[in-house]
Design a protein around this ligand. Structure first.
Ligand code: FAD
Length: 116
């Protein structure tokens, strides 16, 4: 783990980006307005072009061609994003995450209260 004042490596950048995306998904409206949907689509669709790990962005863009973003609401979008993250996990030999647990991880915290 490089010191905190160093530029991010691919792992740190990934953790920070997933934190942003999953948290944004967790707080996306249940019933987004057309403008909110359009903004979320723009955010997600711009990642393949802008994400500063180009092979990561390329693969994400390919995956998105087969699995278009579901921006219909919080539940569907959180699930869609969890599945995309799992595609990356599998590619990297990491464990799949249980997509029924995304709210516990990114919004509500565990039921044992250990996160305060
Ligand atoms: P991360 O995968 O960063 O996950 C952070 C935390 O999210 C985990 O600790 C877990 O609590 C939670 N989590 C895990 N899976 C899920 C899920 N499915 N849904 C919800 N929460 C979950 N790295 C590469 O080396 N090659 C790539 O091609 C690549 N592509 C990427 C594409 C994108 C769009 C992004 C955002 C990142 C990419 N990364 C890539 C980075 C990679 O996904 C990881 O972020 C990095 O390897 C650090 O992994 P980590 O084990 O710390 O946990």
């Amino acid at each position: 783990e490089p010191p905190a004042h160093c530029p991010p490596d691919v792992e740190q950048l990934g953790r920070a980006t997933w934190t942003f995306l999953h948290t944004t998904a967790a707080y996306y409206p249940e019933r987004p307005t057309p403008i909110q949907r359009a903004n979320m689509l723009s955010l997600i669709r711009s990642l393949p072009m802008l994400y500063p790990c180009s092979h990561c962005g390329d693969d994400f863009g390919e995956d998105m061609k087969n699995n278009p973003p579901d921006v219909s609401g919080r539940v569907g979008f959180s699930k869609w994003l969890c599945e995309r993250h799992n595609e990356v996990n599998v590619k990297l030999g990491k464990e799949r995450f249980d997509c029924t647990k995304t709210d516990d991880r990114w919004k509500d915290g565990p039921t044992d209260g250990s996160c305060g």
